[in-house]
Design a binder for this molecule. Sequence first.
Ligand code: S3P
Length: 424
Amino acid sequence: MVITKVKNLKGEITVPGDKSISHRGVMFGAISDGVTELTGFLDGADCRSTIGCFRAMGIDINQEGSHVVIHGKGLHGLKKPESILDVGNSGTTTRLISGILSGQSFISTLDGDDSIRKRPMGRIITPLSQMGAYIKSIKDNGCAPLEMGGSSLNAIHYDSPVASAQVKSCVLLAGLYADGITSVTEPVISRNHTELMLSGFGANITSEKLTASIVGQPKLYGQKIAVPGDISSAAYFIAAGLICDNADLLIKNVNTNPTRAGIIEVAKAMGGKIELLNERIVSGEPVADIHVCTSSLHGCEISGDIIPTLIDELPVIAVMAAAADGTTTIKDAAELKVKESDRIATVTENLKNMGCDITATDDGMIINGGNPLHGTKIKTYLDHRIAMSFAIAGLIADGETSFDDEKCCVISYPNFFETLKALS
Ligand code: S3P
């Protein structure tokens, strides 16, 4: 795949279904009574890992592309898998499913690829152990492979040191299997899809400020869910529409949940021409069409409470910053270091190689934008968001931008390059 500078970028697109919501739809459907039907499901490698894990535990799941039907067996209907559960590259699968597996009467083991084996699982081992779960990092290094289950759980209150929806969701899901009320307080609010969706399935789950609480042992009932487009996938086209010449893009049917939509605020703060049209609620989630066009961007500071609402978008926001006049400072984003790659390092290395003035810091980056970018071979580190963010940088760079391996896009956006090519 080679990307070159575009002269114009126009059109109307939809992006694949939201990854976070797709994972949750499968998981919650599996532990509910009756049938759950998902439309708009993200047919990407990560969500397929989630489907594979639940099939291995006896759940009948029919998938035809973005249409998925899950025949749930209730809270206590999973059966012991015959082999190790394969979570692939998916941190969301690993951490959320661990909450469910910890509450099972059987012991199971999960494992994933080289990237998953480096990601911190101490953040879920700590609260699950406090709940009385048996959970063990088999290599004793705080990472996968993990073994868990076979003990009963107590409800706890957990003060999470990190703003992480994966940690929060893991504890809340374990809370389904405990008697009493389990609650989690976060330092800053993270995405709340678990709270919204579990409530739709019939759980007694409440949120107040930074605390989410769930009552254990509920009856959950299968639902019909229309999964909206993923703002993290729309982000590449939001950025492209703002930084390319002669651009005008309409991205339809995108999830704009405020706990996810920080990129819209940042685009506005940078002077971007961006508007939300046709705002509505679909399956309990805010959805809109997003219109963007060519803008003169200027740098800004991105820090504090907004960070969890745009954590996955920071690589492409860094690309926007490289195209903007002036300095953009990203702070309070040390979590970037423990994503599919160390995204402070991988963004800095690739943007520097394209001619951008960028400095990595302990918790973010300082980007002095406005230098012309030039094409290079992008080192993706097999991180889907790095590949796609730098494809967008390639649209404004002189020369050719290529990739050591762009196939990693299958994790969250299998048709990304086709959609991009069709617009230019
Ligand atoms: C996700 C939460 C985020 C995000 C990930 C998906 C989720 O991770 O980076 O891509 O679906 O809950 P953290 O909550 O750990 O930051």
